[in-house]
Design a protein around this ligand. Structure first.
Ligand code: B1M
Length: 213
C-alpha cells in the first residue's frame, strides 16, 4: 500500500493520529499538497460516503472519519495558504441553514485565503439574513454558499430571493457548491456560478472581483 492509500484507509477507520502521521510523512516525501488532499483525504472520505449510503457503516463512523479528515487537513492548511499575499477581494461564505457539513466549505475557505482573498467564514447552519447582512456590512462582492444535502439546497434560492427583495441582486455575486449541486441547478435558482471545487471557486471569485466592484 502506498502512503496515499494509507491515509485513505486510516481516515476510513477513523484514526486521526495515523492520518496525521501518514499525512506528515507524505509532506516530508515532497508529495504535492493537492495530490495528498485529493488522493489521500478526499479519496478516503468518498469511500465513507459510499459505505454510508449503502448502510454498511453508520453516523458515528462518519463522524470519526470527519475527525480524522481534519487531522490531515490541519497539516495541509499552512501549505495551501500561501504567505504574504495581499487581499484582492472580499468573500462571505458559509454552509446554508439546516446543513452541518463543513469539511468541503472549509477547504474552499483555505483555497480562497491561499489565493489572497479576505474571507468571512460564517460557519455552518447560516441563515439567509446572515449571509446578506454580513456581505453588506463587510462590503463583500461575493457570497459563497455550500450545501451537502438535497433538503438544504433550496435555502440557496431563499438567499437569492431575499437578495432580490432587498435590492442586492445584481450588486452581489452568488457562487454555490457542494456534492448535490450542479451548474443547471445554479442557473435555475439564479446563482451567478456553480463551483465544482475549491480551485474553481478561486478562479470564479477572481473573475468576479476583477470585473465587478
Ligand atoms: Co452527511 N450526508 N449527513 N455527514 N455526509 C452526506 C452528504 C450524504 C451524501 C451521505 C450519503 O448518504 N451517501 C447524505 C446526503 C444525502 C442527500 O441529501 N442526498 C448525508 C446525510 C443523509 C446526512 C444526515 C442527514 C445523516 C443523518 O443524520 N441521518 C446528517 C445531516 C446533518 C445536517 O447537516 N443537518 C449528516 C451528518 C454528517 C456528519 C455530521 C456525520 C458529517 C459531517 C461532518 C462535517 O462536515 N463537519 C457527514 C459527512 C462527513 C458526510 C459525507 C460522508 C462526506 C462529506 C464530506 O465532507 N466530503 C457525505 C458523503 C459524500 O459527500 N460522499 C455525507 C468531503 C468534502 C471535501 O467534499 O463537501 O463535497 P464536499 O466539498 C467539495 C465540493 O463539493 C466543493 O468543494 C469541496 C472540495 O472539493 N464544495 C464547494 C463544497 N462546498 C462548496 C462551496 C463552494 C464551492 C465548492 O463555493 C461556495
Amino acid at each position: 500500500m502506498n502512503i496515499l492509500q494509507e491515509i485513505s484507509v486510516q481516515l476510513q477507520q477513523g484514526n486521526p493520529k495515523k492520518v496525521a502521521e501518514f499525512t506528515q510523512q507524505a509532506i516530508n516525501e515532497n508529495i504535492d499538497t493537492k495530490t495528498i488532499l485529493d488522493n489521500g483525504l478526499i479519496a478516503g472520505m468518498a469511500v465513507i460516503g459510499e459505505k454510508f449510503k449503502a448502510h454498511e457503516i453508520f453516523l458515528p463512523d462518519v463522524l470519526l472519519a470527519a475527525k480524522a479528515m481534519y487531522a490531515g487537513m490541519d497539516l495541509l492548511k499552512p501549505l495551501l495558504v500561501k504567505e504574504g499575499i495581499p487581499t484582492i477581494g472580499k468573500v462571505v461564505i458559509g454552509t446554508v441553514q439546516g446543513d452541518l457539513h463543513d469539511i468541503g466549505k472549509n477547504l474552499v475557505v483555505i483555497m480562497l485565503r491561499g489565493a489572497g482573498f479576505e474571507v468571512f467564514d460564517l460557519g455552518n447552519d447560516v441563515s439567509p439574513e446572515k449571509f446578506l447582512e454580513t456581505a453588506v456590512k463587510e462590503n463583500a462582492i461575493v457570497i459563497g454558499m455550500s450545501a451537502l444535502l438535497t433538503t438544504t439546497m433550496p435555502v440557496m434560492k431563499k438567499v437569492i430571493d431575499l437578495a432580490k427583495e432587498r435590492h442586492l441582486y445584481g450588486k452581489k455575486k452568488f457562487i454555490v457548491g457542494g456534492a448535490p449541486l450542479s451548474a443547471d441547478y445554479a442557473a435555475e435558482i439564479g446563482a451567478s456560478a456553480y463551483c465544482f471545487d475549491g480551485m474553481s471557486a478561486v478562479e470564479t471569485v477572481k473573475r468576479f472581483t476583477t470585473t465587478s466592484s
